[in-house]
Design a protein around this ligand. Structure first.
Ligand SMILES: Nc1ncnc2c1ncn2[C@@H]1O[C@H](COP(=O)(O)OP(=O)(O)OP(=O)(O)O)[C@@H](O)[C@H]1O
Ligand SMILES: [Mg+2]
Length: 295
């Protein structure tokens, strides 16, 4: 099983606006889609689309929490949830030439709740399982909680990959996850602290440029080139990348094959309007054209 953790899940509402956004205007009859979102849930939906076994793990509250669990259930994605007071958040994406994102604030999560969910997840783990830790933390949780999650879970699973930002990513790195997977903007401020080439994989996603992979010592740095695709919605591409990567590793693929497939899947997701939705036909078409070479 792959457990995709979303600390701060969100109902993601996506509206495809036909005309440029103008403050003060009203837009009627706009096509929209609702997703069980937050980055970890995007990862879960990507794994599910690729046919992998995944459980969405997270803190859920109120009517929005119920809605997300319903949306996950409609896709047959099981959920390991801890209920919290207050309401899970809503985020809004307005698709046009330039994408506008509005992200709501999530409900407070206490350390006690964090430990309860952590313990329930730990009890489920087998040594074959993989875990992803994604996205922002809700109010009440901090980088210390990330350290606790990694130290508790790491001995009981095959691997953990963290796609977090700032202090939270650094905490995961210092606690020795299997890999950290920031995008270029998240990596930049941490470049001095995330040393390259040690025991861990450092994977930096760079949008249309593809991915830079620093494998553990002593292997050289590699770049995986992303193929050119028609961009419709790049939001969640990093989550598809992570979902596909961890699914490949779970299947027993080596890192090189899993990374190449993950770049193809991520690129095939930016060509759809959906968030983290993969055009599976395009994925098969572009896969043979994705390659890796020393950076
Ligand atoms: N314009 C693009 N053309 C082709 N492939 C793309 C493009 N944008 C993203 N990708 C693919 O998606 C991968 C991840 O993209 P990116 O670095 O933008 O992730 P991200 O910033 O974490 O995204 P998000 O946070 O929205 O999930 C890239 O490595 C690449 O394979
Ligand atoms: Mg990302």
């Amino acid at each position: 099983m792959i457990y995709a953790v979303t600390f701060n899940p969100s109902v993601d509402m996506v509206f495809a606006l036909p005309t440029p956004l103008h403050p003060g205007d009203t837009y009627n009859h706009i096509p929209w889609t609702a997703y069980a979102g937050g980055k970890g849930n995007n990862v879960a939906r990507a794994i599910n689309q690729l046919g992998g076994p995944v459980t969405a793990v997270g803190f859920y509250g109120g009517a929005m929490g119920l809605l997300m669990r319903q949306l996950l259930a409609e896709q047959h994605i099981p959920c390991l949830k801890e209920s919290v007071r207050g309401s899970s958040r809503v985020s809004l994406t307005l698709l046009q030439e330039k994408i506008t994102e509005v992200r709501g604030q999530g409900p407070e999560v206490s350390h006690r709740k964090s430990r309860t969910l952590l313990e329930r997840l730990r009890r489920r783990l087998t040594s074959r399982d993989w875990i992803t830790l994604s996205g922002s933390l809700p109010p009440g949780l901090s980088a210390d909680d990330i350290t606790e999650w990694v130290h508790t879970l790491r001995p009981h699973c095959q691997g953990i990959i963290a796609d977090l930002a700032g202090d939270n990513l650094l905490a995961a790195y210092k606690a020795e996850v299997t890999a950290v997977c920031p995008n270029a903007a998240e990596y930049q401020p941490l470049a001095h602290e995330l040393g390259t080439h040690n025991r861990m994989n450092l994977v930096i996603t760079e949008g249309p440029l593809g991915v830079l992979w620093y494998p553990p010592d002593p292997f050289p740095t590699e770049r995986i080139y992303a193929p050119a695709v028609t961009v419709k919605n790049p939001v969640g591409a990093g989550d598809v990348f992570l979902g596909s990567l961890v699914y490949g590793l779970w299947q027993g693929q080596d890192w090189r094959s899993a990374l190449i497939r993950a770049v193809a899947a991520a690129s095939a997701s930016v060509a759809t309007e959906g968030v983290s939705e993969i055009d599976l036909a395009l994925f098969q078409e572009i896969l043979p054209h994705v390659y890796m070479e020393p950076a």
